[in-house]
Design a protein around this ligand. Sequence first.
Ligand code: PA5
Length: 474
Amino acid sequence: MEAYKDKAWQRSMKLRLDINGMMADFVGEHGLNMADIEKNSAQYIKAAESMAAKRANMKWRELPHNQAEVVARIKTVAEKVRSEYDAFVVLGIGGSALGPIAVQQALSHMRYNELSRERRGGPRLYVEDNVDPERMASLLDVIDVEKTMFNVVTKSGGTSETMSQLLYITRILKDKLGDKWSEHVIATTDEVKGNLIKIAKADGLETFYVPDGVGGRFSELCPVGLIAAAVCGIDIEELLAGAAYMDELCSEPDYRSNMAYMAAICETEAMKKGCNISVMMPYADSLKYIADWYAQLWAESLGKRTDNGGSVVHTGQTPVKALGVTDQHSQVQLYTEGPFDKVITFIGVDKYRSEVTIPHSFDDIADVAFLSGHSFNELIKSEQMATEYAVTRSGHMNKTITLPVVNPFTIGELLYFFEIQTAYAGELLNINAFDQPGVEEGKNATYALLGKHGYDEKRRELDSAKPKKAEYIF
Ligand code: PA5
């Protein structure tokens, strides 16, 4: 039996949430009081009931439980890609790219693409999540399209950036391979809606579906993220088992024993105290891109103009990405002495996957020699503890999430934890955390500027926008 199926092993892999640094007992006047939180318990119980009632509509919540068939198919396709291709290129943006990047960076070798083919065991991975022409052109300098599998990922099946990339790659593939071009493209999209599904059907592309009701930023645990992960040799069943375990841990309606709910309460209570910034600071390079993925999840879900009743609220918390220890030398000055407008979430790891000792060399220089004999593991942990201490001492709210180790199970837990936290925060803020009208507005304006059929009205609106004043341009 796989270790991740063993209950005792699962418990040993449980994520921990430490909110001491959020509390006034530790940070003083800018912190929260448990007594004040308790005063709102009726509201929290109601919100938990509402979340439970809405669960059936939150299709992403079922992803850890209902994908046995699709996982089997992904594994078959991934095996073929791993043995036959030199590069795997994801074409996608936003929720269709940030999850694949985050999971692969967390779970593959840190220098995955630079390893030998033999050590990698599969193709190099590129996630092309922009339309910068220089970056697009440079891709062709590092891949041989005839030995590359492309995975075009778009839930809506129409996003300009992704469709432009598909057009670009398809032309190249057709020129080189003729009719065989379609063997080099896997489509991941909605089963019914959008243009990609039309193309996929017409050209017989290998196709996976983004389940109905699973929004872009909640889609990492469906084929959107699972295909790239499996192609990189990541155990996607363990990833989903970790998410399922977190679902179990967070199914308790009482916020006192539901870590994701408690985290959401901390954030929304902090927002009431003027904390409009959410800093995510992992102390592990492997988790650096989890902060990127979280930034989209938190920003797009909570950044809303109106609440569910239609009142204008302009709510949300601006996510800021930081990396420990690197950003101690860039941002921590602000976190300790700057305004009380942020919550800092540290992410720590109990046991890093490598152990590196700091050797002896300059024993005659005491101020350098004190480091020798310690390890990088001790150093990074001490620096995390020291920063947590300094931030707490300065009165700024902070909390810490700790992973026992970085593996597919704990990453599944972590992603699902943040998704549930976000859904609870949306419920507490009384907003729709699952739409993104602001993103759609930008998409529509792009369509209009590029002359898409049906966007004439939007084009007229853009053309009649107030002209810029020359005096403000220097
Ligand atoms: O979360 C979202 O819905 C968005 O950020 C999308 O992920 C992003 O706009 C890309 O959309 P699509 O996957 O439809 O191409």
